[in-house]
Design a protein around this ligand. Sequence first.
Ligand code: KIV
Ligand code: ZN
Length: 527
Amino acid sequence: MRSQDSNRVVIFDTTLRDGEQSPGCSMTPPEKLRVAKALADLGVDVIEAGFPAASRGDWESVQTIAREVHGPVICGLARCNRDDIEKAHSAIKDAPRHRIHVFLATSAIHREHKLNMAKSEILRAAVEGVKLARSLVTDVEFSPEDASRTELEFLAEVVQAAIEAGATTINVPDTVGYTTPAEFAEVFGYLRRHVPGIERVTLSVHCHDDLGMAVANSLSAVAAGARQIECTINGIGERAGNCSLEEVVMALKTREGYYGLATGIHTTRLYPTSRLVSTITGMPVPRNKAIVGENAFAHESGIHQHGMLKHHSTYEIMRPQDVGLSRTHLVLGKHSGRHAFRDRVRELGYELADDELNRAFEDFKALADKKKELFDGDIEALVLRAGHEDGPWHVDALWTSATSGAAASAVVRLKHRDGRLVEQGATGDGPIDAAFKAIETATGTAVKLHSFEVRSVTEGEDAQGEAIVNVVHNERSYRGASISTNIIESSAQAFLEVINRIQSSRPGARPAHAQLSADARTVQATV
Ligand code: KIV
Ligand code: ZN
């Protein structure tokens, strides 16, 4: 059967490559692994794990994912040159099923201004890239970058040459989010009519959301014969983002009667996966975001509520449970036991390893001492932080004072993993600013604060506040987040997480699990 006639759409997730590429969304290697495992549980067919030639760190995390994540095809991106393709191959080759994705821009704008290459040179480089990749693996995807702004005849010529060179998937990217649904359907129709052999390959679509049409354009492409959709969780990605996985998957499922297409996604895992990616990247999901936004299933107006009470289908086209949103008003408190906690964690769609569950339960008990009632949002926040990496520094104690009209002050006592205790005071424009300055001096790491926000995780006066801090250090962005019922504490912890990330990413930094022997410990105090 021709792949274009199959009713199965391949979901190719690029959260860890195109998503991670977007400003402020970078992830550490352990975070990438955690996301990749969640994507495998979600049922995606292909994980684009990264761009191995971009840096040693990218190569290593693609290799780790290839070795440790089972189920999906693991894919690595490469430009059409030997070094990129060989690096991609060495990073992915240990995955039982792996793919190399080579790309080269084809539009006149890119040919002239970016690549300075003639059409004939583009054709040659694309063919050589695909052939080299194909000599290393059997599964090769080719993308003519900026396809939607490429002359149709030339696009067809490049696609035909890539297929003849051995590409097994042809991806058509709307790199700058420029196309429209009807126009994009014509591009797919044109390629299907004019490229001999196109029926032998899987046609794929890759859309950006600059005009807010990434999902619509992707759906239009599948209606016109594409059978792979490239997308990201929460639609994160370059500029306005990529096609949102949860939206496109739920559109195909909810309108199955219209499209007649299916995916292999376990849709009840959509919400927990969205929360995980949002927590890890620090990129909040807008309240009104389709499928996974807080308001996506909230009915406020009287007329809608009345209709819903009569029958949910009056105003609801999907059930919240279908996407894994199993919110209740059931609260847990300090007398709730481990079993009740574990059951609630599972009902919320999270599966924790025993040690993670133990750690989350300890945090739960500590929180229940401070907060009367724990809501689903509180439990979720604990769970999402349970897999969090520990940095070298911890806040051992924090004192702040602030009086209106006077400078605020803070003293922090930090503990380093190697046993050092450092105490440092500072004044600032408010207690949080003072705490940040004290931490900078205590750790000897100066940063430029880029953004800082605090938001409440649940309702109620004693709600926890989540602090998110973004800084720039040596021209690189770092992000930290933390949660507490005390927002000064969560802010200081989020800031310290940033410092930990900076120090852990320095060349020669010890891996997180490394410990110094007890006799090598020193205690240093500076007040
Ligand atoms: O947007 C784009 O063109 C890409 C390619 C690498 C597929 O991300
Ligand atoms: Zn892209």
